[in-house]
Design a protein around this ligand. Structure first.
Ligand code: GLY
Length: 370
């Protein structure tokens, strides 16, 4: 299996996303053209570092590597670990023309990208995403940042990476639940803009989840390609980029309600949110009855959560969940922007959603738990 490249064509900020097996082992050759001197600084987390840091060091060959491993988990994505990372980079004498490497999942990619964005007013960085979620979503497109006490991702910057190395082999070391959570974002791409890709996922998803690398590479490549085309059209989310948030308004409310705990992983919330977005679309007469049923059937076939009823433990009532949705950062002038769909593969952004219908969809989903 050879690697494939998706170009993110953003003019002066254009870069390649390489997707394939063995990229960690080839990291030195891939990164060398970007270097002015043969040394890099790596930000990772302790769990990913224990699994992959030595492989990266070997892959870098004679490029000197220095590394900082932060604690794993979402709690790392705040000011304390961020300032620790920035001070460490300065202490390591990382200069304007050097490269920072983010080795890890979404937390590390977002934090390291933001550190690179502000360090000496901006240094270049390379994403080496190690989770499926990071490979298909967060490592591509230049959204970087950390969380505030006021909400997730509220502090940050658009800062595009100079290269992304998505090594399909590292996905083998993911726990099954983490892999499937990332798969929630893969399904999202089919649902938002490519019905044929959703058909393909229905046919190939189970084998892909069992570990077939060629199928995994295809799924990552198609997801990245779709994201790249959307980011090229709308880098800073003035319009179309919001399509990538299909399922996310519901997801963020459910994540907040469950305290961002392992009761609900992000991609699981996205999957449930996509099912709810299709349910809402159907109730509003926008899409057929078959569409939400097909979304749920595929998630079920994958052994994934597909409904609010699948979330363990207590949840607040429909009004409280509606209030959490109203705090979403995609609120513009007090109106929620929703991503709805006319069919599988045909999502669109709208600020014109009947709140009573959304409330009813949530209330019925909550009632189904009893
Ligand atoms: N994860 C959504 C975006 O990159 O826009």
């Amino acid at each position: 299996m050879t690697s494939e490249t998706v170009r993110v064509d953003l003019g002066a900020r254009a870069y390649d996303v390489r997707i394939g097996p063995g990229l960690l082992a080839r990291a030195g050759a891939e990164i060398a053209p970007l270097l002015r001197r043969r040394r890099v600084a790596v930000l990772t987390d302790e769990r990913v570092g224990a699994l992959h840091l030595e492989a990266l060091r070997e892959g870098l060959g004679d490029i000197a590597m220095t590394a900082l491993a932060l604690p794993p988990g979402e709690a790392t994505k705040g000011w304390p670990e961020f300032s620790r990372a920035v001070d460490w980079l300065l202490g390591e004498r990382i200069e304007r023309r050097d490269i920072v490497i983010a080795l890890g999942g979404g937390v590390i990619g977002d934090l390291a990208g933001f550190a690179a964005a502000v360090l000496r007013r901006g240094v270049r960085f390379v994403q080496i995403p190690t989770s499926l979620l990071a490979q298909v979503d967060s490592s591509v497109g230049g959204k970087t940042g950390i969380n505030s006490v006021h909400g997730k991702n509220l502090i940050g910057a658009f800062h595009q990476p100079s290269l992304v190395l998505a090594d399909i082999g590292v996905l083998d070391s993911l726990p099954a639940r983490d892999f499937l959570s990332g798969y929630g974002e893969v399904v999202k791409y089919g649902l938002l803009g490519d019905a044929a890709f959703f058909d393909w996922l229905e046919a190939n998803g189970p084998a892909l989840a069992r570990g077939d690398r060629a199928l995994r590479q295809h799924a990552v490549r198609r997801s990245v390609e779709m994201k790249a085309r959307i980011v090229e059209r709308d880098e800073t989310e003035e319009g179309d980029r919001a399509l990538l948030n299909l399922g996310h308004t519901f997801c963020h409310a459910l994540e907040t309600a469950t305290g961002y705990s392992d009761r609900l992983l992000h991609g699981e919330g996205v999957a449930i949110g996509c099912a709810l977005a299709f349910e809402t679309s159907q109730r509003l007469g926008l899409c057929s009855q078959e569409a939400p049923s097909r979304v749920r059937a595929h998630l079920k076939a994958m052994g994934m959560k597909c409904d609010i009823a699948d979330i363990p433990g207590d949840l607040p009532d429909a009004d409280a969940l509606m209030a959490l949705m109203a705090q979403d950062k995609k609120v513009v002038d007090g109106k929620l922007r929703f991503i709805l769909a006319r069919a599988i593969g045909e999502a669109f952004v709208t600020a014109d959603v009947d709140a009573a219908t959304v409330r009813q969809v949530i209330a019925e989903a909550l009632a189904a738990r009893r």
